[in-house]
Design a protein around this ligand. Structure first.
Ligand code: ATP
Length: 370
């Protein structure tokens, strides 16, 4: 953020603040969202993501700051005049109207002529693969189909920007996964910029080109899912997105190693410049970046002198595709290590109470700022 404005930006949020009485819901947010992008606002409950989305839609007014959409200041533009549509969590379909009429409703309000209206409704329903469902009423549809009607209704008006408030929250897990892919495909096909609010990090990672992680009204990090997962800006992001083992330690300026409480050996980073000027620091290592093996005897010669720990398996979560091992260190700390179950062998050689060694490559640890 900062620097020259992004000329390809469809949405430019500049120093936006929103206060509700004494509560600062959104705190000085600067953000540019590019044309055609699938962008997500992600964060825990109460972090301000819905308020930010509602300000884009024109349902709330910023206390200060500016919002530009396609270069136009939105300050005096009411919701219904913005080139924006919002898909609400509840879908808000009219129960007594057919699917077709639900989708056509916005066009009728805009007095779009009959022939064009019919053509656009057919196109929108085909887009969400509900071409044969136009005559049904919402109660004759499944949850996933209702979600797609709501999407068709939002797309039929051809907005420049579509805002989605937890669009998949009402669906069960399996359907949600399927719908995620459909939503991503549709977005790619129509090329409309999507901004989605979610507290579900998996959903944000799967769907988004880029995402912003919010906390206490502020944006903490903006980046691609890969940037945010592999290079979290700070400890909060690292812990919010996925699982991460955090070790607190001290950097040794002569060796460049980081000595951490509870670990048998110091941590060596691939790039020592990551340590910077810090002496006390937190290092994060994701569970899938650690290797685990059974210790035959005492930890003896041949054990690595960096990037390794030992402990006992306290718990194993078998998830089918993955197993997650909870390893208890001698000082009581717990570390999570995950492993892909690449064979169907039932004679799992690792079991509860086993003494294990865990190690990782120098590229695995990431320095977490406070
Ligand atoms: P959730 O995931 O729980 O919906 P959120 O990140 O979307 O959370 P917001 O709904 O944006 O959070 O709320 C941010 C803060 O602003 C919260 O502290 C909330 O209580 C407060 N807030 C939101 N809307 C209002 C309102 N209309 N009046 C007063 N306070 C509000």
């Amino acid at each position: 953020m900062g620097g020259a404005p992004d000329t390809d930006a469809l949405v430019s949020i500049q120093g936006v603040v929103k206060d509700f009485g004494g509560v600062r819901a959104v705190d000085t947010v600067d953000l540019e969202i590019r044309r055609g992008e699938f962008f997500s606002l992600l964060g825990g409950s109460g972090c301000g993501k819905t308020t930010l989305l509602r300000m884009l839609g024109g349902f709330e007014t910023p206390t200060s700051g500016r919002i530009l959409i396609d270069g136009q200041d939105m300050v005096d533009v009411p919701a219904y005049r913005r080139p924006v549509n919002m898909m609400f969590q509840s879908y808000a379909l009219f129960p007594h109207m057919s699917v077709e009429r639900n989708v056509a409703f916005g066009l009728e309000q805009d007095r779009v002529g009959r022939a064009e209206r019919d053509q656009r409704v057919t196109e929108a329903l085909d887009m969400v693969q509900l071409g044969d469902f136009g005559r049904r009423k919402p109660h004759q549809l499944s949850g996933g189909q209702r979600q797609r009607v709501a999407l068709a209704r939002a797309l039929v008006k051809r907005p420049k920007l579509l805002l989605l408030d937890e669009p998949l929250a009402a669906l069960d897990r399996k359907l949600r996964e399927k719908t995620q892919f459909e939503l991503a495909n549709i977005q790619e096909k129509v090329g409309i910029t999507f901004i989605m609010v979610t507290h579900d990090q998996e959903e944000a990672m799967t769907l988004s080109d880029r995402l912003a992680v919010m906390n206490a009204g502020k944006i903490i990090q903006v980046g691609t899912p890969g940037d945010i997962y592999e290079f979290p800006a700070n400890r909060l992001v690292g812990e919010f997105i996925g699982t991460i083992n955090v070790f607190e330690g001290r950097a040794d300026p002569t060796s460049g190693l980081v000595r951490c409480d509870g670990l048998d050996t110091p941590i060596r980073l691939e790039d020592q410049a990551d340590i910077g000027a810090a002496t006390d620091l937190a290092i994060g290592i994701r569970p899938e970046k650690m290797r685990i093996r059974k210790l035959a005897g005492a930890r003896g010669d041949g054990a690595p002198d960096v990037n390794c720990l030992s402990g006992h398996i306290e718990d194993i979560a078998y998830l089918g595709d993955l197993s997650i091992f909870h390893v208890r260190l001698a000082d009581g700390r717990k570390v999570q290590v995950s492993r892909t179950n690449i064979t169907r062998r039932r004679d799992e050689p690792l079991t509860w109470e086993d003494a294990v060694a865990v190690d990782w490559d120098a590229a695995a640890p990431v320095v977490l700022r406070q």
